[in-house]
Design a protein around this ligand. Structure first.
Ligand SMILES: [Zn+2]
Length: 121
């Protein structure tokens, strides 16, 4: 997970990069300080203490994240531009392998990030 990248991309998607706040210390109910979303997190007993897991924002270098980024590019009609941009400084002999590499989880997330940062769309 790359926090700076994922926060930027989630905001590009028009979604909230949640900042969770625990409502009652030790309890598993969290509210987002920004959008007021509420989530329950799995908790477990640890001796007499109840420890609540802090909910996390999406990691975009997963297949779930890949799907979200693909939707973002489709919505902005930028998938073709992204592929072209990604191939700009690559010898045509290596274009096929570069495209295959692009469609891997981590590479796709970081390329979409660099592309959107540099192209200001
Ligand atoms: Zn939120």
């Amino acid at each position: 997970m790359n926090l700076e990248r994922d926060k930027f991309l989630i905001e590009q998607l028009g979604e909230c990069w949640h900042e969770w706040e625990q409502q009652i210390p030790g309890r598993n109910r969290f509210t987002c300080k920004i959008c007021q979303a509420i989530t329950m997190s799995h908790n477990f007993k640890l001796g007499h203490m109840i420890k609540a897991d802090y909910p996390e924002n999406i990691d975009l270098s997963t297949w779930q994240g890949f799907g979200k980024l693909k939707e973002l590019l489709d919505k902005k009609e930028l998938l073709f531009d992204l592929i072209e941009w990604n191939l700009e400084n690559i010898d045509p002999m290596f274009h096929k392998i570069a495209i295959i590499e692009l469609f891997t989880k981590e590479k796709f997330a970081s390329t979409v990030y660099e592309f959107l940062k540099n192209n200001n769309n």
